[in-house]
Ligand binder design. Structure first.
Ligand SMILES: N[C@@H](CCC(=O)N[C@@H](CS)C(=O)NCC(=O)O)C(=O)O
Length: 334
């Protein structure tokens, strides 16, 4: 495939900002669902689906955590892109025989020989594709196309649609329990706007005013989350967001918090405080997930996270120098 002829689309192109210099994210395009409903175009099948991720990307990180919590490792395969994202060509795969750093996480595309990166996948799925070349991408090997590229929907499919293929202990993992759905949905909106996207609104603000308002909002939100987690940890007896069981709310908050002290504080100028020094309940919650729940630790690569942000976002860090701290990347559990 002649990937050299593809259009150039900057992952951080001008369409991402409004007139006030505030970051505005466009919606994702492929929105199909894997479903156990009879006659579904994308039925759950072992070995049929493949997940393309970046270990650096917080949205892709959600899908890696959900896949592990649900025990889908043998059912859905994974490929990670190289940690470096080009500002003209987006994500790339390792090339055949390339000597990459952290080779266990960075391989060529196992499904399409010669595909350079995510751009090739998107154009293979739709030659007229006009949107972004983002990860995560849930790929159907059978129809050789994209099922979905929106992490919030991909994780929901993982929760239930493969349950018939799973042993009882994994089938019973319920990350979106009926009794908490309204609270989880409300938390998702809050976490997304103020925290997940909130850090990007600080880092990619184009004016002092846009930055000022984003940073105020971010730290007010962290204060509110700190109070919530204090009450979960003291009154509700639980280490998790809603008490004693992990839910989607934990997954969606963790992916930003674990990148906060290591990347966002310096690169995105969210330096009014650090999680480890100023937010003891958020810090304890995050350390517990990282150290005690393998699905969180095993999907967290500080190497890819730091390498990606500090070396790819050259408009914020032109020399691509990766800071050494904080040391350690995350504090021990106790
Ligand atoms: N709405 C998407 C957002 C994913 C996203 O923004 N991914 C970024 C990396 S953190 C990306 O791949 N950007 C590259 C590009 O747009 O070309 C989701 O949650 O799945």
């Amino acid at each position: 495939m002649a990937i050299q002829t593809f259009q150039k689309t900057n992952p951080l192109g001008p369409e991402l900002w409004n007139a006030k210099g505030e970051l505005v994210r466009p919606p994702t395009v492929f929105r199909n669902f894997i479903s156990r409903e009879p006659g579904a175009r994308f039925p759950p099948e072992k070995g049929r689906y493949h997940l393309y991720v970046s270990y650096a990307c917080p949205w892709a990180h959600r899908t890696l955590i959900a896949r592990k919590l649900k025990g889908l490792e043998d059912i859905i395969s994974v490929t990670s892109v190289h940690y470096h994202m080009s500002l003209t060509d987006s994500w790339r795969f390792a090339r055949e025989g390339e000597d990459v750093e952290w080779p266990e996480l960075t391989t060529p595309d196992p499904l399409h020989k010669g595909f350079y990166g995510t751009k090739a996948l998107y154009f293979h799925a739709d030659p007229d594709y006009k949107a972004r070349f983002s990860v995560p991408i849930l790929w159907d090997k059978k129809l050789d196309t994209i099922v979905n590229n929106e992490s919030s929907e991909i994780i929901r499919m993982f929760y239930t649609e493969f349950d018939d293929l799973l042993p009882p202990e994994k089938r019973n993992v319920d990350l979106y329990p009926e009794a908490l759905r309204a609270q989880i949905d409300e938390t998702n909106v809050y976490t997304y706007d103020n925290v997940n996207n909130g850090v990007y609104k600080c880092g990619l603000a184009k004016t002092q005013e846009a930055y000022h308002s984003a940073v105020n909002n971010l730290f007010a939100s962290l204060d509110r989350i700190e109070a919530h987690l204090k009450s979960s940890q003291t009154d509700k007896n639980g280490p998790y967001y809603f008490g004693s069981e992990i839910t989607e709310a934990d997954i969606r908050l963790y992916v930003t918090i674990v990148r906060f002290d290591t990347v966002y504080v310096s690169l995105f100028k969210t330096n009014r405080g650090m999680i480890r020094h100023d937010y003891p309940y958020i810090d304890r919650w995050a350390r517990n997930l990282y150290w005690k729940v393998p699905a969180f630790r095993e999907t967290t690569s500080f190497e890819h996270i730091k390498g990606h942000y500090f070396r790819s976002l050259t408009m914020l860090n032109p020399e691509g120098i990766v800071p050494e701290g904080p040391v350690p990347h995350i504090l021990p559990v106790d």
